[in-house]
Design a protein around this ligand. Sequence first.
Ligand code: ZN
Length: 365
Amino acid sequence: MNMNKRKSKNKLNGWTWSVTSMLLAMLILSGCGSKSGGSIVEGKVNVITTFYPIYEFTKEIGGDEVNVVNLLPTGVEPHDWTPRSQDIVNTSKAQLFLYNGAGLEGWAPGFLKGLDKDTQVKPVIVSQGIRLIDAVGDDGHGHGEAAHEEEHDHSHEEGAEAHEHSHEEGNGEDHTGHDHEEEAAKTNTDTHHTDPHTWVSPKSALVMAENIKNSLVEVDPEHKDGYEQRYEALKEKLVKLDNDFASELSKLPKKDIVVSHQAFGYLCRDYGLTQHAIMGLSPDAEPRAQDIVNLTKTVKEKEVKYIFFEELVSDKLAKTLANEAGVETLVLNPVEGLTKEQASSGENYFTLMEKNLQNLTKALQ
Ligand code: ZN
């Protein structure tokens, strides 16, 4: 790294180190195991879901006809989670296996191959039909990509900028030829080229609910009328949520949100906002010094008043950036799961999304 650049980043170095050690601590903590909940019930349509929003929608549409087993335990964040042998046993006995797809459950193909040979389970990708987002191309600050600037010696800031931009406009395969010491740390973001966070947009959630309904009708046509009825009720709530997001957000003067984990791509696309993420698609992807420089710049330029964080992941990064930039923090929930408190107080997709809308409205005034 040349001296000019080092000088301009002096203020940042201590910060970056503290962020790095904090991320390591988070990685170690997230290694703790948790058991999945629920078991197969004879005489019902058994449906295995991978994580919370699919679980909630399936329960609502399925009603008394179905027994839904959610693989991801309460209070656990889905990106790092992998299934246990009991999950293979349960899924082998079930009629339906509903998973998000779009790269969320990287373990799914191997898991499906590992099921009993005589299993009748029908696997369904619930995000099918949604126009998926290529996260590298659509993400303005290019998480991961900006790392090149730190790792190579460029003699001018200008040169580094041009280098970075050419990567962003490329097809995202630019890491492969390089031999970086940090290559291992990036594996996580490199495997996540598709943004998996479809459910965070009510518009996409509508598509997901319909896919769930169709799959239930297909495996249990006898109870079609019930599924259709309960689906219509769920659809009505989702349409109202979609209308609320569209009408409230279109009135607000600001359109830029700064978030900790890059989970709001579909929400932003569908309601005309722009997301700037501290971390990548998976919440433990590490931020780069250059990302933080760019974000602090964005906060000033766009007059951002709040940095958003989420409950299932440490808020320290968001708080540190907010302190650095002299702004406050607010919750924006990617609804990837409930905390134990949220589960026991009856929170659900709709209550959490309504809070999201309130906080977005507050932040974008
Ligand atoms: Zn996520």
